[in-house]
Ligand binder design. Structure first.
Ligand SMILES: CC(=O)N[C@H]1[C@@H](OP(=O)(O)O)O[C@H](CO)[C@@H](O)[C@@H]1O
Ligand SMILES: [Mg+2]
Length: 502
């Protein structure tokens, strides 16, 4: 185990756990093994530990804890995680004892921890470090290692896959010309799962897999994040006009769809997921009297929010960035649809859809949808099948899906500052409360543009401040993003060179 002294920077449990260069993570992994064991003893249930840095470069790695129902752990336990990760070696026992006392944990209780890893080379030894942590506290523990299928890791993956496939088979057959789907596996876990699924689905859906991990590097020039940020197709995928394509990320919990039109223009359908299952569910719930809501973050395109509120007439909520926030907000409704603009998300069915309701048809259709969805915190494969199912049932092409509304042009930028924690936010991260003067500066810049919106927040996964801007034209969105990034640089302690206009 690496000594804590080797690590200079304080690690914090961010948007999706700890994430940094893989060389700095040995001791963090060991300690997360310890903490997961304590959490398992406390809850008397299986706890998951996922070793992954998702869309980050292959050299990075990370770890997140998965609670008993597949959701992220509570803020109190995130706090323990941060505390343990940053404790000097000699203080570790005291820090552990503190958690045991505060949570009144019985150490006699047996623990069960599932450790899951992605396909990064460093994941092998780092997941072993997690298991070492588990075994250090529990010599008879049920620590087990699996290859991740994202959050389903604490269930039986094969069973999960079969459930998805058989639910998908209930969908009426689509026309032959609509059966093909190109899938970019980002050279990661998603590729392995698509490979497995391909054979079972041959009749219903013809999946062509690219970036399957046999030669390329994880997330390199491919994957959901690359496609979204670069606004172009991944390497190795030949797209014919109008053909449906999708990309998942390194740990297969995000999916984005896209296509090229006949003029060769690339169309990204990010954020459309919100409206997609959603368009479908109200029909299915006809007469069932369920309260439905869509949960988004500030990154959701303004057009999608307007479409949901004005055309779909559904409740829309906005939360802070990160699945853990969206998930909890979605649980408050009978049906909660939640997606981040970058493709993370799922649909939650909080009320039993096996209702006694007489309108059986609607209930049955809804039940099928429930089976197709991974409700824990979503994953790329089940989201992909859900989207395919809805497109089939509605008889929609990818172009028609794209046309349900027009995105406002937008731009995301990153600004390096000395200490990103100086930026305090409120109102689901849409406004800043510190440093003084920053929000006023953003407001006056936004006022110079039409249909404009902009906000800034410290990233929870990278050492940067993120800037988002949207406006009526791409030039205007680019100019606003640049102006706001300069304001951040000047008011919040920017380091390095000032950003140049785009
Ligand atoms: C703007 C953006 O895409 N932010 C991402 C990113 O979080 P940041 O806190 O913005 O670094 O990584 C998270 C984990 O993968 C994901 O949930 C989130 O949506
Ligand atoms: Mg991911």
């Amino acid at each position: 185990m690496a000594q804590f002294e080797e690590v200079s920077q304080k690690s914090a449990y961010g948007t999706a756990g700890f994430r940094t260069n893989s060389k700095q993570l040995d001791h963090v992994m060991f300690r997360m093994g310890l903490l997961a064991t304590l959490r398992s003893k406390k809850t008397k249930a299986t706890i998951g530990v996922m070793v992954t840095a998702s869309h980050n470069p292959e050299e990075d790695n990370g770890v997140k804890l998965v609670d008993t129902m597949g959701e992220m752990v509570t803020p109190a336990w995130e706090g323990y995680a941060t505390q343990l990760a940053n404790t000097e070696q000699e203080g570790l026992l005291t820090a552990l004892k503190d958690v045991i006392d505060r949570e009144a944990i019985s150490m006699a209780q047996e623990a069960s921890v599932f450790v899951s890893k992605d396909t990064r080379p460093s994941s092998e030894s780092l997941s072993q470090a997690v298991l070492d942590g588990v075994h250090a506290l529990e010599s008879h523990s049920k620590g087990a290692l699996t290859l991740g299928f994202n959050y389903t890791l604490i269930f039986d993956c094969w069973f999960e896959l079969q459930k998805l496939v058989s639910s998908y088979k209930q969908v009426p057959n689509r026309t032959d010309d609509q059966k093909a789907l190109l899938v970019d596996g980002a050279n990661g876990i998603g590729a392995l799962k698509v490979c497995e699924m391909e054979t079972y689905l041959k009749k219903e859906l013809q999946l062509s897999l690219f970036n399957d991990g046999s030669s390329g590097k994880l997330n390199h020039l491919c994957g959901a994040d690359y496609v979204k940020v670069q606004q172009k197709g991944p390497i190795g995928v030949e797209m014919s006009a109008g053909e449906r394509c999708c990309s998942c990320d390194g740990d297969a919990d995000r999916i984005v769809y896209y296509y090229c039109d006949s003029a060769g223009r690339f169309h990204l359908l990010d954020g459309r997921q919100d409206c997609h299952p959603h368009q479908h569910i109200p029909q299915r719930t006809a007469g069932l009297d369920l309260q439905i809501a869509v949960v988004q973050t500030a990154y959701a395109n303004g057009s999608s929010t307007r479409y949901l509120e004005d055309t779909m007439k559904v409740i829309v909520r906005c939360t802070e960035t990160g699945v853990k926030h969206l998930h909890h907000a979605a649980q408050e409704f009978d049906i909660g649809v939640y997606f981040e603009a970058n493709g993370h998300g799922t649909v939650l069915f909080t009320r039993d859809s096996n209702t006694n309701d007489k309108r059986e048809n609607a209930a049955l259709l809804l039940q099928n949808t429930v089976n197709l969805i991974n409700q824990t915190v979503g994953d790329a494969i089940s989201d992909m099948l859900l989207i395919e199912a809805v497109l089939t049932i509605r008889g929609m092409t990818v172009k028609q899906w794209d046309a349900i509304y027009t995105d406002l042009p937008n731009r995301q930028l990153k600004v390096k500052v000395a200490d990103r924690s100086v930026i305090g936010t409120t109102n689901a991260e849409r406004r800043t409360v510190s440093p003084a003067g920053l929000q006023e500066a953003i407001d006056s810049l936004v006022n110079k543009h039409r249909q404009a919106r902009s906000f800034v927040r410290p990233s929870g996964t990278e050492d940067v401040v993120r800037v988002y801007a949207e406006a009526d034209t791409q030039e205007s969105a680019d100019a606003l993003a640049h102006e706001v990034s300069l304001a951040v640089y000047r008011i919040a302690g920017g380091v390095g060179e000032e950003a140049k206009p785009l």
